[in-house]
Design a protein around this ligand. Structure first.
Ligand code: SF4
Ligand code: SF4
Ligand code: FES
Length: 368
């Protein structure tokens, strides 16, 4: 017989204590060294890392000095797990010089930073941000053979592989996050390139034009074709909002320049974690500017629409719905709500249908 009340067994997450550049932080038992570094408020370049994917540990830019049980080592912060009592140093002279050399080798694979379309039109790309931070020189090593630019005529993605550093974030995001597998690595070593199936033509491939490869690419190799060249990074403003296209509500940033809407970028801090569909990525801002957009009520008379006031339009709708309900009963009316509006508006629509009109004939266009 149990005579005392037993405490519920709630698992207590093990905490690791890690020192980063002399600052102590607590981390979860499964934390990587990179988590500890960022928790402590420091950072290192992570050119092959996207937090939504398993780390690859290939670019070696995140190499840091660690000491565990008095033994020194150098580890890739994105792949190595933290351990209790570990000391991490992120910017020793040796590591800083090493990162500069790696960056200069990467730069020898690419065209000049001065030509980077991402830096010019959007914001400093991750590669060139690191290049600036470490003072790496573009011409420190002899340049490799320029890689191919691909113009397959698709309307959304500009592909300039002369800026590619073979980090493979694009293929991994397409395969592992989007589960599409439209692009792959072709060739080996220095000759490897990113290609899509079916004649390297994205329009013929399974690509859904979600834009994730553009958004994870740390260089200017992949950019939004609709905007690139039309905007200037230093003038571009970002406004956090929700995609207006459907009721899912993915997080986006609207891009504006001089008060004009220019495009969108995903909001990685939203619950959708940067994922968008082709409409959210490439079209959700365009219909706002459409000349065909409905901006005021229209009433159809003798086969043609004329502009009306809201009062006139609402009075007409009220009198017609009331007349139909009185003549043939509430079930002769059906209301359709919209997947493009918010949950609250859909809720009000069903209330209006059920309570206001008196029928259960309410449905949603996303079921069609
Ligand atoms: S746009 Fe999306 S589906 Fe197409 S290649 Fe890029 S990640 Fe893959
Ligand atoms: S295109 Fe961009 S994301 Fe893809 S491998 Fe090259 S640099 Fe990396
Ligand atoms: S980010 Fe760690 S190895 Fe590339």
């Amino acid at each position: 017989m149990v005579t005392t009340q037993q405490k519920p067994k709630t698992p207590v997450a093990k905490q690791l204590n890690v020192q980063v550049n002399g600052i102590g932080v607590g981390c979860a038992a499964d934390a990587r060294v990179l988590d500890a570094i960022r928790t402590a408020g420091f950072d290192v370049p992570t050119l092959c890392y996207d937090e939504r994917l398993d780390p690859q540990g290939t670019c070696r830019m995140c190499l840091v000095d660690v000491t565990v049980d008095g033994k020194p080592a150098q580890v890739a912060a994105c792949t190595a797990f933290a351990s209790d009592g570990m000391a991490v140093e992120t910017h020793s002279d040796e590591i800083t010089e090493y990162r500069k050399t790696v960056l200069e080798m990467l730069l020898s694979e690419t065209s000049s930073p001065a030509n980077c379309p991402k830096c010019i039109s959007f914001k400093k790309c991750e590669l060139h941000e690191a290049v600036e931070e470490y003072g790496a020189k573009w011409d420190a090593f002899p340049p490799l053979v320029p890689r191919e630019k691909v113009d397959d005529g698709n309307p959304f993605i500009q592909r300039d592989y002369d800026l590619c550093i073979s980090c493979f974030r694009c293929t991994n995001i397409c395969n592992d996050w989007e589960q599409v597998g439209a692009i792959t690595v072709e060739g080996r070593g220095q000759e490897s390139t990113i290609a899509s199936f079916f004649e390297n033509d994205l329009m013929k491939s399974p690509c859904t034009f979600c834009g994730q490869c553009i958004n994870t690419c740390p260089t200017g190799a992949l950019t939004d074709k609709k905007i690139v060249g039309k905007t200037k990074a230093e003038k571009l403003e970002r406004t956090k909002t929700i995609c207006p296209y459907c009721g899912v509500g993915c997080g986006i940033h609207l891009l504006t320049q001089d008060g004009e809407l220019m495009g969108t970028e995903p909001d990685f801090d939203s619950p959708s974690r940067g994922s968008l569909c082709v409409k959210g990525q490439f079209a959700s801002w365009e219909f706002v500017k459409s000349e065909e957009r409905l901006k005021y009520p229209l009433i159809k008379e003798n086969g043609a629409f004329r502009r009306a006031s809201w009062d006139e339009a609402l009075d007409l709708v009220t009198s017609r719905l009331t007349a139909i309900r009185d003549e043939t009963g509430p079930d002769s009316i059906v209301c359709w709500s919209s997947a493009r509006t918010v949950t609250e508006a859909n809720y009000l629509m069903q209330k209006f249908t059920r309570i206001g009109i008196g029928t259960n004939n309410i449905d949603n266009c996303s079921r069609t």
